[in-house]
Design a protein around this ligand. Structure first.
Ligand SMILES: O=C(O)C(=O)C[C@H](O)C(=O)CO
Ligand SMILES: [Zn+2]
Length: 278
């Protein structure tokens, strides 16, 4: 499993383009028929992808070497949103059908997890976020209609969007993982602007549904020391708690956000006045 160290903001601001990309960008998350995971020391989040095409993908036993536990989810919870075709996830013998843009929360102490696609021609594509957990909450599927929606922004500011909160306390209990998907309206290209930080939680953004030659300029850094990352389709960004996180696309895109940290209060954000951005 690839490891990313935590990084101080004073170090991050010295980095050049490649240095920033090495620290914060995850370029490849999906390898056919393999589980790809990246372990970050930012609140010990693990991000990953499972793209089952010709065979099922399972969580290998050897992963417990990284977690120092008997099995991977012994002290962890796992959230996933399927951005591909219809598929299923079998958790300790119970099969959950997981369609496009449906989420599955997999509780702590789940031992056997198996990802499958219904049709190899339209494979299910599971984006995964995994967090340390202290309590075994029930495994549960969440459909798009069950996610808690919040529409923000307007066309005049090119930031009209709906935030679908799938794994949040209003919908189901989790130990610390918060996860959802934000969809922009046609013509709106800015997410999360006006922007914010939240010192109490780290965050990860995963951009998808982008045209081949389309880019997102993902904004990061402390509000007075902003930087950007050029992000392509199906790439993820790690956002430490000191970093703002916002993006603008050269074309349409959707993204999945996930947060871990002190609290599960989505609205606990420190908004940054436009005048304070540098
Ligand atoms: O478009 C947005 O605004 C978001 O999706 C915001 C993220 O969910 C976020 O940064 C939550 O802290
Ligand atoms: Zn945020």
């Amino acid at each position: 499993m690839e490891i990313r160290q935590a990084i101080h903001s004073e170090h991050a601001k010295q980095l050049d383009t490649q240095g920033l990309r090495d620290q914060f960008l995850i370029e490849k998350l999906f390898i056919p028929d393999q589980l790809k995971l990246v372990y970050s020391h930012l609140d010990r989040i693990i991000l990953g992808g499972a793209l089952p095409v010709d065979k099922a993908i399972t969580i290998p036993k050897s992963l417990n070497q990284q977690t120092g536990t008997d099995y991977f989810l012994e002290r962890r919870e796992l959230g996933t949103i399927n951005i591909g075709g219809p598929g299923s996830i079998t958790v300790d013998g119970t099969r959950y059908a997981v369609g496009t843009h449906e989420a599955l929360y997999i509780g702590k102490e789940s031992r056997d997890v198996r990802f499958e696609s219904d049709d190899p021609a339209k494979p299910a594509t599971f984006y995964l976020c995994c967090a340390p957990a202290h309590q075994a909450y029930p495994t549960r599927k969440v459909k798009l209609e069950e996610a808690s929606p919040q529409t923000l922004g307007d066309a005049a500011n090119s930031n009209r969007r709906t935030i679908y909160k799938y794994l949040v306390p209003d919908v189901l209990p989790t130990c610390q993982l918060l996860m959802g998907m934000t969809r922009l309206e046609e013509g709106s290209l800015w997410n999360t602007m006006p922007c914010h930080i939240h010192d109490r939680r780290m965050e990860a953004y995963f951009y998808f549904d982008m045209a081949q030659d389309s880019l997102v300029f993902h904004m990061m850094g402390e509000p007075h020391e902003t930087r950007h990352l050029v992000v392509r389709n199906r790439q993820a960004v790690l956002s430490p708690s000191w970093s703002l996180h916002s993006g603008v696309g050269t074309g349409s895109y959707t993204f999945i956000w996930a947060m871990l940290g002190e609290n599960q209060t989505f609205s606990d954000m420190d908004h940054i006045a436009m005048a304070d951005l540098r």
